[in-house]
Structure formats: structure tokens, C-alpha cells
Design a protein around this ligand. Structure first.
Ligand SMILES: [Zn+2]
Length: 239
């Protein structure tokens, strides 16, 4: 009997710890919730407008992307990494000159959780400074690496009146879709809705299918009546 009575509290404690872990995981990774400030995975609108967003880089694939988007007469939003911008200032400049919106994706692309507040602030400010060297945008949108955030990062962003932009369509993070550009494009066309924010990693050297799918998914969405705007423009359509 004594043994049984001890097992119960231990079992309860491990169930509670497990539950707390699940909740914490959800909070850290959520695309729709954070403790402070605005987080936007999609804009509520009936208009057929969407935003293409590219994370990471700039890389050696920048010019290829600029040319393709120019062919399609589309302006997109690029969430850039400070370290890569510092390495390739020419790519950052060209993206801005081509009329694309530049967003902040931190300096190091590390997970922004369980870090000192000052370190997070530095990650954001250093990257902002690099963006400001090439653009005159009146706001710089932010996207956390791997969508990871908990308390410190959202608090900093909120205190500085910054929006966190996530996404609602994420084709190239799925292993099954990454193997085929055609399937990746078809998935994107099927899952995009008015006001969608589409996340792609076409800048990354390994993401060949994401680059190959781009033209097909753009023309497919255009055929369904969609037009493409930057995230800042998309926010203006919010009901
Ligand atoms: Zn990233």
C-alpha cells in the first residue's frame, strides 16, 4: 500500500512535467501566438492578394531570384540574416534596388530563446542597421529564425513597436514536397488563400526544388486570380 501511494504522486508529477513541456513547445513554435506584440501569419481579407517571403541569405542565388521576380513583375519580401548581408553587401543592395522589401531575420540566425535580453536586442539592431544602409523603408518587419520565441524576444519587439511576421503556407519545409518542384508548386497553389503569407527558402543552396517551383507556383496563383505584394503592402488590406 505504501508503495502504491508513492507511485501516484510520482506519476502525477511526470504527467504534469510532460504537459508543461508540450505547452512550452507550442508557445515557442506557434505561428499565431506570442506573449507580447503583434504576430501575423496571414492577413484577413477577401481580396486575392498574397505575399511571397524568402528567408535567409542573401546568397549567390540572389540575382537568379531577382531576375525571375522581375520577369513575373512581382515584389517580394526578403527576411535577411545580418551576417550574410555583411558578407554580401552587393546582394542586399540589389534586392533593395529591385524594389523588394527587406525584413530582419536576426544577425546570427540562432534560436532567440533563453538568451539575455541585451543579446537579442543586439541581434536585431545590428541587422536593422545593415538594412537601413541600403533602404529607406519606414518600417522593418521581423521574423524569428525557426519561428522560435518565448518571452524576451516578443517583449523587445513589442517595446520597439515591431511586428512579428510568420506565415500560413510553408511548402519547402516539408520533406515530401522538397523532392519535387511540381508537387511543391501544386501544394502551394492549393493551400494559398486570400491574404496568405507564403514562406520559401529559395535562397538556400540546398533548396533547388524551391527555386525550380517558383515560376510554376507564381503562374499557377496568377491563373487563380492572385496578385503579389510585399508584406507591408499586404498589411494594408487587413479588414
Ligand atoms: Zn531562417
Amino acid at each position: 500500500m505504501v508503495r502504491k501511494q508513492r507511485i501516484k504522486p510520482m506519476l502525477m508529477a511526470s504527467v504534469l512535467t510532460g504537459l508543461a513541456g508540450v505547452v512550452l513547445y507550442y508557445l515557442i513554435n506557434s505561428r499565431t501566438f506570442q506573449f507580447y506584440g503583434g504576430i501575423i501569419p496571414r492577413v484577413e481579407t477577401d481580396r486575392k492578394v498574397v505575399a511571397l517571403t524568402f528567408d535567409d541569405g542573401p546568397t549567390q542565388f540572389t540575382d537568379e531570384l531577382i531576375a525571375l521576380l522581375e520577369d513575373q513583375q512581382i515584389k517580394a519580401t526578403f527576411f535577411l540574416v545580418g551576417q550574410a548581408m555583411k558578407q554580401h553587401p552587393q546582394y542586399t543592395r540589389r534586392l533593395s534596388q529591385a524594389g523588394h522589401e527587406l525584413g530582419n531575420h536576426t544577425f546570427s540566425h540562432h534560436r532567440m530563446i533563453f538568451k539575455p535580453y541585451a543579446a537579442m536586442a543586439e541581434e536585431i539592431e545590428k541587422t536593422d542597421n545593415l538594412i537601413r544602409q541600403v533602404t529607406h523603408q519606414n518600417q522593418i518587419l521581423f521574423r524569428p529564425p525557426f519561428c522560435k520565441k518565448l518571452i524576451g524576444l516578443p517583449r523587445y519587439l513589442h517595446q520597439h513597436h515591431r511586428l512579428t511576421i510568420t506565415w500560413d503556407v510553408e511548402p519547402d519545409s516539408r520533406a515530401d514536397l522538397r523532392k519535387s518542384a511540381t508537387r511543391l508548386a501544386a501544394y502551394t497553389i492549393e493551400h494559398t488563400r486570400p491574404g496568405s503569407i507564403i514562406l520559401l527558402h529559395s535562397m538556400n543552396p540546398t533548396e533547388w526544388s524551391s527555386r525550380q517551383a517558383l515560376k510554376e507556383l507564381i503562374t499557377g496563383l496568377k491563373a487563380k486570380g492572385y496578385s503579389f505584394v510585399t508584406v507591408s503592402q499586404l498589411l494594408q488590406y487587413s479588414r
